[in-house]
Structures are given as structure tokens and as C-alpha cells.
Design a protein around this ligand. Structure first.
Ligand code: NAP
Length: 591
């Protein structure tokens, strides 16, 4: 099936077809009761129960904007953040070479024209410190800090069916009560350190890229460094570490498709033009497939001659960044033969770049292009031409154990002073599972999603059994296959509008219906099944996590940002179709 055909799959038609209308928006009455808090549900400093309209988990891109929107609408809101600063993944990901692979002019908030005009990015693909500065600037500009509690991790949240409120516990022993519980934890924030025997015996230093030291400067100078993992974090950090380390050994399990980012400073003229055209740029981003205004050519890769195809791929390669390569043809992810053309193009680039043919061969992926997230790099393949860099294929010669002196594969022991785990994340659900979340009848989110979250959400924003709980960029939403700020803004705005609607209509509780959840999950799966993503072995399907190795299915909605937005808007326009809304009898408002 061609990508353009996806647009014809109407989710709301599916709901109608399945005759779910009658189940939707059933309004029951319930007397609003006084909140009864258990004695420990108190702020121990003031000894008072804190009652809020909304608790938001996380102060990254999602949490900051959610706070802004809810506060603007007059809801008392507090954000809890485990880190000592705002920024979310951009607070924690301080590894060498960390930068964004979406272009900065698109990787920002668009809700404030003033902010768009005030902030100026220095380069095309910004480094982590610049993005962190941006988020801090946003927090200050909109005076968000007064409602953010840093260095506080939410440990548990449970829905009280008598009060229709969430009781939320923090790791400092305090608790609050909130009408709405909103997850802004991000999709890729629970670091995955694989369980390799002997790590505790290692006498050198070790770090995970997603939990890089904050105060301390990590030096590679004169050290024998090992990096395990060659995803985005590994590919970004390896060239930078190689420049400083005495010796770098890369332990690669699966090679990656990566294309050069061709990062560069922006010219003043370009920035001026961008700022003048943000209205149009914003429209294009919001209506696009992936949240970036790149024109995907509406043409099959197989309709071009090999020479013409090469010319098209070369142009995209030279433009820089995997988004451009992905946009060359419309069937790269739905047709095996088309996919092979781009896969072979990248392999040919590896062959041309890496001097040692044996090393080049090890670096060449053989799975379908982009079924693991493709990468944009700076001098990644070139780094393997350096004398101080060694590549070890740990699929061929698996890691046996970590020893006091280094890392032992079945073939050899590699002595190391410093080991970097670039081994990724327990993606999509890992950060949610770090909190003990219980919905109706004590149902735990972890138990509900034991077999995978891919069959159990409505719109990727809500899940049955957990009323008044919203997830920003949750499983089964477009999230990580898009330019994240665009998807985040759409979710935040939809959730804020929804909560305003509930307040305006005297509604106490919102919960997705089982039928709507089933239909949405069915739709997500049917779209994924038309693509090569369906059998992806990556964090897209949670197959990177030992304990989740059962096939969970594809965790992301592939219908595209613009199409998904239309579905969500239509649901809202129809009075939150697919949800059960429970009205309170007396209009006792806490909002
Ligand atoms: P990742 O893509 O999941 O890569 C993890 C790497 O570690 C893979 O090469 C994996 O091999 C390897 N690995 C995992 N467990 C292992 C084990 N037990 N033994 C040996 N190797 C193991 O993680 P990531 O690089 O941190 O990136 C995750 C995502 O974060 C990216 O895909 C991207 O969406 C996002 N990210 C974005 C940026 C950015 O530029 N904006 C930067 C960094 C990250 P296998 O492939 O064989 O599993």
C-alpha cells in the first residue's frame, strides 16, 4: 500500500462502521463528594493536603508547555521533575556530541510568535547545551518556575473512585490530590543499562549516555575507552570520543544506517527569512507527515532508473540529515524492493568512506532501511579510518562478561579505563512504569500493558481504566516518528482544550470507552501492518529490552502528524467521541 493511501483510512469511519456511536459519550450522574484523603496525603511541611487541578510529570518540552497552557486557562497546576533543572531529556543527555537531529528552526515551540521572533538558533542541528538554554529561556520568559518542583520524583499515583481525583505521591514523602494526572515523561527517558555479568567488578569509570554526569567533566584523554551501542547516541558520541581518547573500541551489535548531518551555522539572511515566514512554515509542519516541511516526493523509487534514483539519493545525502533521504520517495517504507534501493545507497556510501573493506562490511546494515531509527551524524563512518579506533562485532563474538580490567567477548579481553553504555532506553512505557500508577479497581498500568501498550490506548493519549489521566506523546500516537515539538504541541493543546471543555460542561470524569480503544489500536496496527516497520527489531517494538522480548507490536501511530491531528480534532468536535463523560450533579467546581 502506498503512503498516500494511509490518508484514506478513516478512523472515525471505523468507529461508525463498528457501530460504536451509542457507546460514546454516555453521561451518568454522580454526586460530587468531598475529598477524603488518607492521613499521609499531606505536605509534611505545611501539614495541609495540597489540592490541584492538575499534576504534570516532567519539565521537558511537554511539561513546560502543558503547564503554560493550563495556567493560562486558570487551572492550578504543578509540575514535578526528578532532575535539578528543567529540560527533560535535554537536561540528562549531556554525552559528548549530543545534538538534535531535527533542524533547529523546526525543533522549537511555535505557540508564541514572540518567542519565535526572539529566539535565534546558532546552527542547523543544535547541540544539547543550546537546546537546554532554550528551554530555560522558555521557563523564564513565561514565568513557569514558580509552579515547577524540581528534584522530586513522582513514585505513585492512584485514582480515587469516590472523589474522582488522583492521589499522587512523591519521593520526598509528600502527596497531593489532583483532578487530572498528566504524563509528560517523554518517550525516551528511562535509560537501559543491560544486565552484563561483572559490571560491578569493573575498576574503571562507566557512564550511560542518557544519565551523563551533570557537575563532573568526563575526560577521555589518554584513556582506553569502550562504547557499547551504535544507535543515535553512540553514533553521535563515537566521533567526538575518538578525537580525545587514546584508544576507542566500539562494541557493535547491529550496524546502523546513518547519513551526514552537514551541520553549519545559519546565515543571518536565512534566519531573517525564516522568521518572516514562520506562519507558513508552522502551517506546513502541522499538516505534514512527520512534522517537518519537507516535501516527500509522490513517486515510487521503482519508477526511476537506477541512474536517476542515485541522483535523487545523492541530492538528499548532500542536503544533510536522514529526513531528506527518507523523503526521496513515497514507498521506501512500504515496498521491500524500494527500501532496498535506499539501503544499498547507504551501504555504497559506507563502502566509499571506510578504507578497510572488512571494517566497512561490518558497518553495513542488512535489515530494512529505517526500521531502526535512522541517524544523522558528523564524521561517523570516517571515524573508523582512525588508527585509534577498533570495531568489534559483538553479534559474531558476543560479550561474555565485564571484568575488573575491561570487557571480555568470546574471542578476546579488551582492557578499558572507561566504558560508555550507549545502549538506549526502555522506550515509550519505561518512564511511565517507573511510577506505580493505579486506575479504577486498583488496576495497575504495568499490568494492563504487560503484553505491550500497543493494543491498549485511545489516540495514544488515554487508556481505559485510568480516568482523567492523559499522556503527552504516549504509545500509539505519532510521537517519536515525528519532529517531537510539533506532536507535543498538538497533544498539549488537545488535552488543555479537553480539560477546558470538561470544566465548561460540568463534567467530573473522562474515560475512553473500551470500544473506542479497541478500534484505535486496531487502526494503529492496520496502518503499521501495511509497512516494513511492523516487524522492526528496535525500541519501536520494545524488542531492545530483555524483559519485553515478547513481540509487542509497533508502538507508534504511522498515519502522520496532519492526519492524526484531524482525527483528534474531529473527536473533540463531536463532544469527545469515544469517551465516556461523567457529569457531576452539583456544579461544585474546584477549577
Ligand atoms: P538505541 O537507538 O536504542 O541504540 C542502542 C544501541 O545499543 C544499539 O546499537 C543496540 O544494539 C545496543 N545495545 C542495546 N543493548 C545492548 C546489549 N545488551 N549489548 C550490546 N549492545 C546493546 O539508543 P540511543 O542511541 O540512545 O537512541 C535512542 C533514540 O533516542 C534514538 O533512536 C532517537 O530517537 C533518540 N535520540 C535522538 C537524538 C537526537 O539527535 N535527537 C540523539 C540521541 C538519541 P541493537 O540495535 O542490536 O539492539
Amino acid at each position: 500500500m502506498m503512503i498516500k493511501e494511509w490518508a484514506r483510512i478513516g478512523f472515525l469511519d471505523l468507529i461508525r462502521f463498528l457501530n460504536l456511536h451509542d457507546l460514546l459519550t454516555s453521561v451518568t450522574t454522580m454526586k460530587y463528594k468531598e475529598i477524603k484523603m488518607t492521613p499521609n496525603k499531606k505536605d509534611f511541611q505545611t501539614n495541609k493536603v495540597i489540592e490541584l487541578d492538575a499534576v504534570v510529570v516532567g519539565a521537558g518540552f511537554s511539561g513546560l508547555y502543558m503547564l503554560y497552557r493550563l495556567r493560562e486557562a486558570g487551572f492550578s497546576t504543578r509540575v514535578y521533575e526528578a532532575g535539578d533543572g528543567v529540560g527533560g531529556v535535554w537536561y540528562w543527555n549531556r554525552y559528548p556530541g549530543a545534538r538534535c537531529d531535527s533542524e533547529s528552526i523546526y525543533y522549537n515551540y511555535t505557540f508564541s510568535e514572540e518567542l519565535l521572533q526572539e529566539w535565534t538558533w546558532s546552527t542547523r542541528y543544535p547541540e544539547q547545551p543550546e537546546i537546554l538554554r532554550y528551554l530555560n529561556y522558555v521557563a523564564d520568559k513565561f514565568d513557569l518556575r514558580r509552579d515547577i518542583q524540581l528534584a522530586t520524583r513522582i513514585t505513585a499515583a492512584s485514582f480515587n473512585e469516590t472523589t474522582n481525583r488522583w492521589e499522587v505521591d512523591m519521593d520526598d514523602g509528600t502527596s497531593v490530590s489532583a483532578k487530572y494526572f498528566i504524563s509528560a515523561v517523554g518517550c525516551l527517558s528511562a535509560a537501559n543499562v543491560p544486565n552484563i555479568a561483572g559490571l560491578e567488578t569493573f575498576e574503571g569509570e562507566w557512564y550511560h549516555t542518557g544519565n551523563w554526569p551533570i557537575e563532573e567533566e568526563v575526560s577521555f584523554k589518554g584513556k582506553r575507552v569502550g562504547v557499547i551501542g551504535t544507535g543515535s547516541s553512540g553514533v553521535q558520541s563515537i566521533p567526538v570520543i575518538a578525537q580525545e581518547a587514546e584508544q576507542l573500541t566500539v562494541f557493535q551489535r547491529t550496524p546502523q544506517y546513518s547519513s551526514p548531518a552537514r551541520n553549519h551555522p545559519y546565515s543571518e539572511e536565512f534566519l531573517k527569512q525564516t522568521k518572516e515566514n514562520y506562519t507558513e512554515i508552522k502551517k506546513q509542519m502541522r499538516e505534514s507527515l512527520r512534522g517537518i516541511p519537507t516535501d516527500r516526493r509522490d513517486r515510487s523509487a521503482l519508477d526511476d532508473t537506477p541512474e536517476e534514483r542515485r541522483r535523487v539519493f545523492e541530492a538528499a545525502w548532500n542536503k544533510g540529515g536522514f529526513w531528506y533521504l527518507n523523503a526521496t520517495y513515497n514507498d521506501l517504507m512500504v515496498n521491500e524492493a524500494a527500501n532496498e534501493t535506499v539501503a544499498e545507497f547507504v551501504r555504497s556510501k559506507i563502502r566509499e568512506t571506510v578504507h578497510d573493506p572488512a571494517v566497512a562490511k561490518k558497518l553495513m546494515p542488512t535489515y530494512y532501511y529505517a526500521t531502526k531509527r535512522p541517524i544523522s551524524d558528523t564524521n561517523y563512518y570516517e571515524t573508523y579510518n582512525r588508527e585509534n579506533v577498533v570495531l568489534v562485532d559483538i553479534k559474531k563474538t558476543p560479550i561474555q562478561e565485564i571484568t575488573a580490567k575491561g570487557l571480555k567477548t568470546v574471542e578476546a579481553e579488551h582492557e578499558l579505563d572507561l566504558l560508555v553504555f550507549a545502549t538506549g532506553y526502555d522506550a515509550m512505557t519505561g518512564s511511565l512504569f517507573k511510577m506505580d500508577i493505579h486506575g479504577k479497581d486498583g488496576l495497575s498500568l504495568k499490568e494492563k500493558w504487560e503484553e505491550g501498550a500497543n493494543t491498549k490506548t485511545y489516540l495514544g493519549i488515554t487508556t481505559v481504566g485510568f480516568p482523567n489521566f492523559f499522556m503527552i506523546t504516549g504509545p500509539e500516537s505519532p510521537s517519536v516518528l515525528t519532529n517531537m515539538p510539533v506532536s507535543i504541541e498538538q497533544h498539549v493543546e488537545w488535552i488543555a482544550d479537553c480539560i477546558e471543555y470538561l470544566r465548561g460542561h460540568g463534567i467530573d470524569k473522562i474515560e475512553a470507552s473500551e470500544a473506542a480503544e479497541k478500534a484505535w489500536s486496531h487502526h494503529c496496527k492496520e496502518v503499521a501492518d501495511t509497512t516494513l516497520y511492523a516487524n522492526s527489531e528496535s525500541w519501536y517494538t520494545a524488542s531492545n529490552i530483555e524483559s519485553k522480548r515478547k513481540p509487542t507490536g509497533f508502538l507508534i501511530y504511522l498515519g502522520g502528524v496532519g492526519h492524526y491531528r484531524k482525527i483528534c480534532d474531529e473527536v473533540a468536535d463531536k463532544g469527545y467521541e469515544g469517551f465516556t463523560l461523567t457529569r457531576r450533579e452539583k456544579n461544585v467546581s474546584r477549577q
